[in-house]
Design a protein around this ligand. Structure first.
Ligand SMILES: [Zn+2]
Length: 338
């Protein structure tokens, strides 16, 4: 539903953009969120397709932003760039530290001399934690049934039709987001191992380890930000856990790069995953800024909370050149929210 509304808004604002009416709408610029950047794999069941764009589309997006007058600035320098009022800025960020960021995204960023920030979760770097949405997608794609305990004993889910697989994905995702997240992920991991799928092997296959991240930051365009250790929803953790997750991820990144990271991304980043308490932890620990995934463009320096900046997702469902200016305007989100 929301996807259809945003797509409608994209068409409307795409039209405005072609008519030259967009400049007033885009505010001071935008921070963009990316995840996977890789050639599109052929997959019958792909519930995470929105988290993935191709290197070609990244190239198109960067060219479009330049053409529209955006200036690429490193995320860490955003507060100064906003204060300087030198026209709209664009910051590029990538969440979770996927291997394809080094292999496929870095060459595109280099071609455009665009700085970018990769948010890494310490538990992925050290192969101690798993990416449940990837584990779940793999499990649902390769099985005809799945037994899972939603808290009332084992239930058998049918997975033969695509609609059944998507329903199972949505139900388990909702369970993870509404129950003790560590326990829910542990049951999912146990169910996966039972079916011959090793969740930690998926972490290893998909995300950069310390050596990979060191190679990435050899590029002067790259910087690393913190993204917790376990990649759980911070707002749902106790005060002590939340602080420990954020602080230890800061230390983990510092151990890799030799410098204290100045930026943080809240895992998931939607409204239920970020609280006022978390803003205070971020400020306490000395981060320059933190980003959410709540959609929106940037306001003037004095009007935005640097502890919870909005971002715009370069979404795998909308990989068209004409959508980039439209997304950057923020108009589709205002239409979707209204
Ligand atoms: Zn993430």
């Amino acid at each position: 539903m929301r996807r259809a509304v945003i797509a409608g808004g994209l068409e409307v604002s795409g039209g405005l953009s072609r008519a030259g009416l967009m400049a007033g709408a885009r505010g001071q610029g935008a921070i963009f969120t990316l995840h996977h950047v890789r050639p599109k794999p052929a997959r019958a069941f792909d519930p995470n397709a929105h988290l993935e764009i191709t290197p070609d589309f990244l190239d198109v997006a960067l060219r479009t932003l330049k053409r529209d007058g955006y200036r690429f600035v490193p995320l860490e320098q955003l507060p100064d760039a906003l204060a300087a009022k030198g026209g709209p800025v664009a910051c590029l960020t990538l969440d979770d530290g996927y291997r394809n960021n080094l292999e496929h995204a870095l060459p595109v960023f280099e071609r455009h001399q665009a700085p970018f920030t990769v948010f890494v979760a310490g538990g992925f770097v050290d192969r101690t934690h798993t990416l449940w949405w990837e584990t779940l997608a793999d499990m649902l794609a390769t099985n005809e049934t799945l037994r899972f305990d939603f808290g009332r004993g084992l239930e058998t889910l049918q997975l033969r039709a695509a609609v059944e697989r998507q329903a199972a994905f949505n139900r388990i995702a909702a369970f993870i987001h509404s129950h003790d997240e560590a326990k829910a992920i542990a049951s999912l991991n146990a169910a996966a191992l039972d079916r011959g799928i090793d969740p930690l092997a998926i972490t290893d296959r998909l995300t950069l380890d310390e050596a990979g991240l060191r190679r990435l930051v050899e590029s002067p365009l790259a910087s690393l930000g913190a993204h917790t250790i376990s990649h759980r929803s911070v707002a749902r953790l106790t005060d002590a856990e939340a602080r420990r997750e954020i602080e230890e991820s800061l230390q983990r990144v510092e151990a890799i790069t030799g410098r204290r990271p100045l930026t943080f991304a809240y895992p998931y980043g939607d409204a239920p995953a970020v609280s006022a308490r978390d803003h205070r932890i971020i400020a306490d620990l000395g981060f320059t800024l933190a980003v959410t995934t709540q959609p929106g463009t940037l306001a003037a320096r004095t009007q935005c909370s640097l502890n919870a900046l909005p971002r715009i997702s370069l979404n795998g469902h909308f990989q068209r050149a004409r959508y980039v200016s439209a997304l950057a305007s923020g108009i589709p989100f205002r239409l979707a929210a209204g």
